[in-house]
Design a protein around this ligand. Structure first.
Ligand code: PEP
Ligand code: MN
Length: 473
């Protein structure tokens, strides 16, 4: 394509959307310089392992479950919130393994999902026009503290580090004790028939035998659950921060096997700067997987430029404004080597619009050599405002977009290979519907999100049961 050379800062010469303007650029430089000297949060062999797994997903041998908060807050860096999120993601993945008889690749929107794109730089609070909340790594949800503060980037790094440390600790110490029936609270399911149906799935799950082979366990349940992998992800929006954690790492000696064999981590001494550039690849070591939002995916823009140079698997949000030929050009830029699973297309049209856009997008990609992971985000196209003024989403619209996505892919000889959900393991009331049958009037009782409404614990489990059933039937 005759592209110019990529460098970790080549994005700086391109037009940028959703940029944050700081009062004191020198303070920003000092903070970013400090982040650039801090240790990585994830390793390049882990990233390679995820690349191998996403290749499996793209080729139909595994399914992707990606989920977490819309905007992670620094306050969510506490043991209970992290445990709850891990529990719901692991329980959902077990239900999906049961339904699909496929391994599930789990990616959390966690340990760095702090920056938010906004539709307007300003909002009105109590009649006063103030800067919008841009995520905890930029400013505060407190209306009196909206000035972008560069020190928050450093704080984001340390909150990410603390979160990922606790996730690793929990997984390494066998936290995943979710095969015990008492870990599955189904008391919330109001409809007795549905409760009976869920219970019978859980019973079969806890029986374990049918799915243990699929998740690689040969002996005890413990051994299977101890091998659980969970990868981290966020929208890579603040490119100064992302650049500071973008590091040259020795190329893998061979391409990772699909089994995802682990390689040792290469220490930083002797300094990698002395390694010949052709022996290195650039990795974003802030997370395993990063994605570009629907608002920042311009072909000639800074974000696409940054993303094309990193070795991590990357996501692109695809909404109704994406033209089919534009989608192909994004893939050409981000996936010049036609690596299956290098790009995950996270489609988010809305239940009422998916039929107008997805078929053309699938057909356009089928005419190329690209093999992306097709993943459905049924949340972002289905956001509405309740009469009470709460931003909400209906469970039925969410399920409607997922089932329409599965059906459309099937009809066209393609395959939906993942779902991307905004969820929390807590008992919030932000979305309506589901087996608790939450209504608009229930929203106020425990509405907590700072940004988009999330599926709660029960609604998230509902989604997993519903998807599992579509595949199992
Ligand atoms: C998000 O995932 O929170 C988000 C802002 O999504 P999108 O870019 O699809 O609007
Ligand atoms: Mn969101």
């Amino acid at each position: 394509m005759g592209q110019e050379a990529w460098t970790p800062d080549s994005w700086r010469s391109k037009p940028i959307k959703q940029d944050v303007v700081y009062d004191d650029p020198k303070e920003l430089d000092a903070v970013v310089g400090r982040v650039a000297n801090l240790p990585p949060l994830v390793s390049s062999p882990e990233i390679d392992q995820l690349r191998a797994k996403l290749k499996d997903v793209a080729e139909g041998r595994a399914f992707l479950l990606q989920g977490g908060d819309c905007a992670e807050s620094f306050d969510y860096c506490n043991p209970a919130a992290i445990e709850d999120k891990l529990k719901i993601l692991l329980q959902m993945s077990l239900v999906l393994i049961w339904g699909m008889r496929l391994p599930i690749v789990r990616i959390a929107r966690m340990a760095g999902q702090y920056a938010k794109p906004r539709s307007s730089p300003y909002e009105t609070v109590n009649g006063e026009k103030i800067l919008s909340y841009r995520g905890d790594n930029v400013n505060s949800i407190d209306p009196t503290q909206r000035r972008p503060d560069p020190q928050r980037l450093l704080s984001a790094y340390f909150h990410s580090a603390s979160t990922i440390n606790y996730v690793r600790l929990l997984l390494a110490s066998g936290f995943a004790d979710i095969h015990k029936p008492e870990a599955w609270d189904l008391g919330h399911v109001r409809n007795p028939e549905i409760r009976h149906e869920y219970q019978s799935i859980v019973n079969r799950l806890t029986d374990a035998l049918g799915f243990m082979g699929v998740i690689g366990a040969t002996s005890t349940q413990e051994s299977a659950l101890n091998t659980v992998d969970l990868y981290t992800s966020h929208e890579a929006l603040l490119l100064e921060y992302e650049q500071a954690l973008t590091r040259p790492m020795p190329k893998p000696l061979d391409e990772p096997e699909t089994s995802g064999r682990k390689r040792p981590y290469e220490p930083s001494t002797p300094p990698r700067k002395t390694l010949a550039p052709e022996l290195c690849d650039w990795y974003n070591l802030s997370a395993h997987f990063i994605w570009i939002g629907d608002r920042t995916r311009q072909l000639d823009g800074a974000h696409v430029e940054y993303f094309r140079g990193v070795k991590n698997p990357v996501g692109v949000k695809v909404g109704p404004t994406m033209e089919a030929d534009e989608l192909v050009r994004v893939l050409d830029i981000l996936d010049p080597d036609f690596e299956p699973g290098r790009v995950t297309l996270i489609t988010r049209y809305g239940a009422g619009k998916i039929g107008d856009f997805l078929p053309a997008h699938i057909r356009a990609v089928q005419e190329t050599r690209h093999k992306p992971v097709w993943c459905c985000d049924p949340c972002h196209g289905n956001t509405t405002t309740a009469p009470s003024g709460h931003k909400t989403r209906s469970f039925d619209a969410i399920i409607g977009e997922i089932t329409a996505s599965i059906a459309t892919h099937r009809e066209l000889g393609s395959r939906l290979s993942g779902v991307h959900l905004e969820l929390t393991g807590e008992h919030v009331t932000e979305c309506t519907g589901g087996s608790q049958e939450l209504s608009h009037s229930d929203l106020a009782s425990n509405y907590q999100t700072f940004c988009d409404p999330r599926l709660n614990y029960e609604q998230s489990l509902d989604i997993a049961f519903k998807i599992a059933k579509v595949y199992a039937d």
